[in-house]
Design a protein around this ligand. Structure first.
Ligand SMILES: Cc1cc2nc3c(=O)[nH]c(=O)nc-3n(C[C@H](O)[C@H](O)[C@H](O)COP(=O)(O)OP(=O)(O)OC[C@H]3O[C@@H](n4cnc5c(N)ncnc54)[C@H](O)[C@@H]3O)c2cc1C
Ligand code: FES
Length: 1344
């Protein structure tokens, strides 16, 4: 096709500068702004290519052709076709502000309110908040939550980001400039004396009055050149040709229709939120793409007496505003359909996607999960179509939605607009949806329901019901509805309707997406909600017309079922102990100092591994992985791949000069693959696009092998284990069971968890020409392990390899072992090709290859007295380790060691085994088995409480450690702090009062139940080996007095570098601004230990302290001689006197050991305690839940930095909450991981945070053997997220008790809406058809 338009005809601005798009071309389609060489803006993070993550949020400014106003809206850059930006201006985080230019108030507040941890999500957060403020300089709380709802963060608990946003919601009284002349790193910048205190307890983490005010006049404006251009738009068609794709953007409707006639197969790219993911992930390819962006006719809106016509080109965000306006203008009876649409538009995707996605694109995509199509269908919407030949209308009905040719658009037609009629009196429209999460999650089932009653009666005159998510398309229950016409709206009708609906909307047991029983239940549950809604309306209407018909009564007990859970941002208080009033102001220890990289995160000046600019001759590597779970590799043929342009090499295990990993854990498969996702080889090419296209050309033939073991059950049957059983025992368990009043046995299943660090695994290997040296920039928690693995693989000494870690965009355990594999493979590529190699995993590959938390299956037997005293506990658990050993043995050991949690039970037996299965190897994850294992222990407590008829908290209290005692492995400890945490938590949460209120609530409500739980925690910190606690640091003082600190810990977002400088500042008695940390490098501090097990900051701080003390000792004579001198004077003098100003500090580690033979030891240096209380409300009809309140009391002893520690507590709690409530991995029967992106795998969003979220750091009372008596918090509080899980199960139990359901329910984590709904057994769950499992192959299998 001829390409008449020059690429220069495409005009758009980025950050106020006209972009030369020549190099972007159409090939940059959908890659965001990062890969485009001329606008390499690394702040826009590419965390996932399918939208819905928020890390790539940018703001677009566009002139609305109809209103002539400039619109500012946020979008996800990863889905933006560059050509669609013609006539637009884009602001990225780089354009918002910078440290050396002008810091924007949003950036300043996000950083100083301690939002940033790893900082990978921060630029996206900045852009969402910045866009909000461009539209609403003083936003409401609701607008703030809506704006941030599409931005995921894996580190923080979202509370700090809301806290920073809230500072804009109210009148700011901050001064123009801070004006103190101090660096914000110094305590003056975070002086806790200016923070709110209750006696020695502080409740604020930052001082708001120090913030710069927002000045909207300072923002970038819409570029005048663009304005002139869009005011007098060119009408000619623009055509841009890329390598494979041609983008055509007509300037008039006539031209668009002509083009559509000429290229009937070409899709219209409106928002690209449907086409983009289909092209990226499903291999859809369209050589010609038509853009309707310049056609103003498609954005027209017209209001008539009977309805509303909305242009197909309007974005869903605009549709939301249009509907809201119409609702405010018209009487309620006319706006039933609009209200129903509005309800779903609030939760459909996130704001960025709603800003991009068009109404037309949504309707034409006909996604089976569509939220809007079921409502439009029941609302009798009509589609206005256009073609060269003329216009016509078709109904948006089930035939259209099913894609029947006779009811569909013709290939040459386009959708111009959608007509939605007003509703009428006695007509009611309802909308329902249920998803894994409340927001930003595709619905499992969505529904639109409309009923028209005969005026003044309850007789059905017309009824329409449509469902999404229960078939390949939106399904209409037309037959059922027809049969119900003429029936009165009463219980009998409901019963009959449910029967009919279940017959008509049938869903096979093997249906894609699974959850068939849940979905069937929702089909009828939603109808029952509609039934109640209409009854309530009738009751209201009945009151207005006292003489009219008598309507069925609606019981007050059912009314709350009609209330949707509101979307609110969390409120709460953070309490911590302020520093001693005598502490020097300069001494930063114990103060809420901002994360060292906070401002750099917010301005995107913080460099992550893949932000490093392309180096000379760099090549890109992608990995080729197995598609079979267990098979022999018969052949690999990459000849065709090598012929592709740009493809340079294919790397296999044979290319490794040294060893390919260990016997148990090979870097690449050789003859046999052990899981889907097993690395077989790697392709090296000039660009990532070329490398990825080569993947399709590599032909691998397999011969399937038996057995394929995927589940723990299968592994037990096949006796397939990775390591010997680990066992601990105390007392006489058999005898104790005999003496117990009662015995309960049960099972617990805990699903796995994906790390979901925002920065995927990344490495850049640069080979040097000299002496076989390699520089490796890698995102890892353990650079020394990468270094060592590369050394073995290349067979060169360790001293030739230098690993650098500037910062890591989240690790959570997932970057301890795996980065070494990627580093070694990339290093082999670098040696073989002689080129630098960059290997950055896509999200889907990362999720597929790297494994995660071990799924667990546990069996317990607990013997107890009738008063709740537990006499004996026997737990046997199995974890699904995947196909290689990795850390599975260690995880099993930790699991067993920590199983007892906070309880003293005299007779115990704990056994654990790691199963070998044909799944990707599972690995370290926050808590190392503790969060899974302890769920069994706490479930036992709940089971005992249920049997004794006592409250769980009473059983917990009764069995908790009370005095100095010994653990099951005979380590002595004092539980005093544990008890203090428990009591404070009871007190701070007003537990007992609220418990009574919960019970009252449950008595009054049938379909909604509340639940409450308080969980104690005793968590042991560190590794069970002294050598794993050693640490070193290197401190250099330069002649100007500035100090460079290096240590063996890695900055993962946990603030280790900040704490390190706080320590060094105290030790050297100089301000933090004189100190600096550059990176972690194996060249400066060798033989480091992984930053893990909550001990990283602790031990490295000790090493830094040691180095500082050595230096200070050397300086002592000089200081003594000139006590009035300055630091600079002393350093100058020391240099003159030839005193070394560089010192290595060393910490030999805490003594720790474990003798598994004897089952005893002192495996942990100290314990961290805590308690959390959560309250939830569940919707028994849908399985949804709302977190009402969480109170956490955490023992940090003397926190080094309360802002960082509170942030860590909140973040980890939310991560734990995700583990126990929404994060669910789905595997096929063939061992393929389905859930490989944020669409299928749901981590908590801002709307998932408890409405009230309070965190208190317990004032110190002990002196642990740690630096300044501070405790390592790392992973411990993850488990506290289980308080939400137990609150949910408490609510479920209340529902079951009321319904008289005998028998316990199996504890299964996560407590997803599916689990909750199916556990709340009722008449609707009873009426659904059940399939015989032997008659079909399910879509997915549980592997725990
Ligand atoms: C992260 C994410 C989350 C999401 N969450 C939800 C959710 O919670 N609920 C939900 O219902 N949906 C959800 N979606 C789907 C989303 O609603 C649709 O992708 C979107 O509405 C499609 O609109 P678009 O303008 O982007 O379509 P495009 O991708 O541009 O086009 C889609 C199709 O429509 C056709 N088309 C577009 N305009 C016209 C026209 N005027 N005439 C004829 N054909 C046309 C195109 O040819 C193409 O075939 C989500 C999508 C993403 C990416
Ligand atoms: S700080 Fe948000 S993902 Fe790390």
């Amino acid at each position: 096709m001829p390409c008449p338009s020059k690429l220069d005809d495409l005009v758009f601005f980025v950050n106020g500068r006209k972009s030369a798009p020549l190099a972007l071309a159409v090939s940059a389609f959908g890659s965001g702004f990062k890969d485009a060489p001329l606008v390499r803006l690394t702040g826009t993070k590419y965390a996932y290519g399918g939208g819905g993550r928020g890390a790539c949020t940018v703001m677009v400014l566009k002139r609305d052709p109809l209103s002539a106003k400039i619109r500012h809206f946020s979008i996800t850059a990863c889905l933006v076709p560059i050509c669609s930006l013609d006539g637009a201006a884009v602001s990225t985080v780089e354009g918002v502000g910078g440290i050396s230019t002008r810091l924007h108030p949003v950036q300043e507040r996000i950083a100083k309110s301690h939002h940033t941890q790893c900082g990978f999500c921060t630029p996206g957060m900045v852009m969402s908040m910045y866009t909000l403020l461009r539209n609403h300089p003083q936003p409401s709380e609701e607008q703030l939550v809506e704006a941030l709802g599409g931005n995921l963060c894996r580190c923080t608990g979202y509370r700090p980001i809301l806290a920073s946003g809230r500072t804009f919601c109210v009148e700011s009284n901050g001064c123009q400039q801070k004006g103190t002349g101090k660096c914000c790193l110094d305590p003056g910048g975070n002086d806790s004396s200016s923070l709110r205190r209750e006696s020695d307890i502080c409740t604020e983490l930052f001082a708001e009055d120090e913030f710069q005010p927002l000045d909207p006049t300072q923002e970038l404006i819409f570029p005048p050149e663009l304005l002139r251009m869009v005011e007098k738009p060119e009408k000619q068609t623009l055509t841009f040709c890329g390598e494979r794709v041609t983008w055509i953007s007509p300037g008039t409707l006539k031209d668009l229709l002509e083009l559509k006639a000429k290229h009937p197969e070409a899709p219209l790219i409106s928002g690209n939120t449907s086409m983009g993911p289909a092209m990226k992930y499903q291999g859809h390819f369209h050589p010609i793409l038509l853009s309707p962006a310049r056609i103003s006719e498609l954005s027209m809106v017209s209001k008539t007496r009977d309805g509303l016509t909305i242009g197909a080109g309007c974005s869903l965000a605009q549709v939301k505003d249009i509907l809201a306006e119409r609702v405010s203008e018209l009487p309620e009876e006319k706006t039933q359909t609009y209200r129903a649409l509005l309800k779903h538009l609030r939760s459909l995707a996130c704001q960025q996607i709603r800003n991009m996605a068009s109404l037309g694109g949504h309707i034409i995509s006909r996604h089976c999960y569509s939220d809007l199509n079921p409502i439009l269908a029941v609302g009798n919407a009509t589609l206005n179509l256009l073609a060269e030949a003329g216009t016509r209308q078709i109904p948006l009905n089930e035939h259209f939605l099913a894609g029947l040719a006779s009811a569909d658009l013709k290939p040459e037609e386009i959708l111009e607009s959608v007509y939605i009629p007003h509703s009428q009196k006695w007509e009611f429209v309802s909308a329902f949806r249920q998803a894994q999460g409340q927001h930003n999650a595709l619905a499992d089932v969505s529904a639109g329901m409309r009923v028209l009653l005969k005026e003044g009666t309850d007789t059905i005159e017309d009824l329409s019901v449509s469902y999404g998510g229960v078939g390949a398309a939106t399904v209409s229950a037309r037959k059922s509805c027809q049969q119900l016409v003429g029936r009165p709206w009463n219980e009998l009708m409901l019963e009959e309707a449910c029967r009919l609906l279940l017959e008509e909307v049938s869903l096979p047991g093997w249906a894609p997406g699974g959850k068939e029983e849940f979905k069937r239940t929702l089909v009828v549950s939603f109808f029952s909600k509609c039934y109640l809604e209409v009854l309530q309306e009738l009751k209201r209407l009945g009151k207005l017309m006292p003489d009219s018909h008598h309507y069925p009564e609606i019981s007050d007990q059912f009314l709350r079922a009609l209330e949707d859970f509101p979307v609110t941002g969390p409120q709460g208080v953070q309490r911590y102990q302020s520093v001693d009033s005598h502490q020097s102001l300069q001494d930063p220890v114990g103060r809420p100092i901002t994360h060292l990289s906070g401002l750099k995160h917010a301005t995107c000046e913080a460099v992550f591994c893949d932000d490093i600019p392309m180096v000379d001759r760099e090549l890109f590597m992608v990995l080729v992985t197995s598609t079979r779970a267990h098979a022999k590799i018969i052949s690999i043929d990459w000849s065709e791949a090598l012929e592709l342009p740009g493809v340079v090499e294919v790397i296999t295990a044979e290319d490794m000069p040294g060893t390919s990993g260990t016997e148990d854990d090979k870097l690449m498969a050789v003859d046999e693959v052990l899981c889907v996702g097993h690395i077989i080889c790697a392709v090296v090419a000039e660009t990532d696009v070329q490398a990825k296209s080569a993947l399709e050309k590599i032909k691998i033939t397999y011969e399937d092998l038996e057995p394929v073991i995927l589940t723990i059950n299968d592994a037990i049957k096949h006796n397939s284990f990775l390591c010997p059983e680990k066992k601990l025992e105390q007392g006489n368990i058999e005898e104790a069971f005999e003496k117990a009043d009662q015995i309960v046995e049960g099972e617990v299943h805990v699903g796995g968890q994906e790390h979901f660090y925002m920065e995927t695994q990344s490495v850049l290997v640069i080979p040097k020409a000299e002496d076989e040296e390699l520089d490796i920039y890698v995102s890892t928690q353990d650079p020394a392990h990468v270094q060592k693995t590369v050394s073995f693989t290349l067979n060169i000494p360790i001293n030739r390899i230098i690993c650098h870690v500037k910062r890591v965009g989240g690790g959570f355990g997932g970057k301890i072992g795996r980065p070494a594999v990627f580093g070694a493979i990339a290093a082999v590529g670098a040696i073989k090709t002689g080129h630098p190699i960059r290997l950055v995993l896509d999200r889907e590959d990362d999720m597929l290859i790297t494994g995660g938390r071990h799924p667990l299956f546990g069996k317990y037997k607990v013997g107890f007295m009738n008063n709740g005293r537990i006499k004996a506990l026997d737990i046997e658990c199995f974890i699904n380790g995947g196909c290689m050993l990795d850390d599975s043995e260690l995880v099993t050991e930790f699991l067993i060691l920590k199983l007892e949690n906070a309880y003293k039970i005299r007779n115990l037996r704990f056994r654990g085994r790691a199963c070998m299965t044909n799944l990707p190897s599972n690995t370290a994850f926050h808590g190392f088995g503790f969060p899974q294992g302890t769920l069994i222990t706490e479930s036992c407590i709940t089971a005992v409480a249920a049997k004794c008829g006592l409250l769980s908290e009473k059983i917990r209290e009764k069995n908790m450690y009370k005095t100095v005692d010994k653990t099951i492995y005979k380590q002595a400890f004092s539980p005093e702090t544990l008890i203090r945490c428990w009591n404070e938590c009871l007190d701070k949460s007003s537990f007992h009062n609220r418990r009574m209120q919960v019970e009252e609530f449950n008595k009054k409500n049938y379909w909604k139940k509340k639940g409450m739980a308080i969980i104690p925690m005793k968590f042991s910190v560190g590794f069970a080996a002294t050598s794993y606690h050693q640490a070193a640091a290197l401190v250099h003082i330069y002649t100007d007095g500035s100090v460079l600190v290096t240590h063996g810990g890695n900055e993962l977002g946990q603030g280790i570098h900040t704490k390190m400088l706080q320590v060094a500042s105290r030790e050297l008695k100089i301000p933090m601004s004189s100190l600096r940390i550059c990176e972690t490098s194996t060249a400066t501090v060798p033989n480091t230990i992984a930053t893990a097990a909550s001990i990283g900051s602790d031990v490295n701080d000790r090493a830094a302290q040691n180095a500082c003390r050595i230096l200070l000792k050397r300086l002592e004579p000089i200081i003594k001689k000139n006590p009035e001198g300055t630091w600079e004077d002393w350093i100058e003098a020391a240099f003159e006197q030839r005193i070394s100003l560089s010192a290595t500090g060393y910490f030999r580690g805490y003594k720790a050991f474990m003798d598994w033979e004897k089952g005893e030891g002192d495996p942990f240096p100290y314990y961290v305690y805590g308690a959390a209380c959560s309250e939830v409300e569940i919707d028994c009809l849908t399985g949804a839940h709302k977190k009402i309140r969480t109170d956490i009391v955490m023992d940090t002893c003397c926190s080094l930095n309360p802002a960082i520690d509170i942030g860590q507590v909140e973040g980890s709690f939310i991560q734990g909450m995700g583990l126990y409530t929404t994060e669910e991995l789905k595997y096929s029967l063939e061992g393929v991981l389905y859930s490989r992106g944020p669409d299928e795998y749901k981590i908590p969003t801002i709307t998932d945070v408890p409405e009230e979220f309070n965190v208190s750091l317990l004032p110190s009372s002990q002196t642990p053997p740690t630096i300044y008596s501070s405790k390592g918090l790392g992973e411990s509080r993850m488990f506290l997220g289980s308080s939400v899980f137990f609150a949910i199960t408490d609510a479920v139990a209340a529902a079951r008790r009321e319904r008289d359901i005998a028998g316990d329910f199996t504890v299964r984590s996560p407590a997803t809406p599916e689990w909750v709904r199916m556990a709340c057994v009722d008449r609707f769950t009873e009426m659904i058809p059940r399939d015989d499992p032997k008659t079909f192959k399910p879509w997915s299998i549980p592997i725990a």
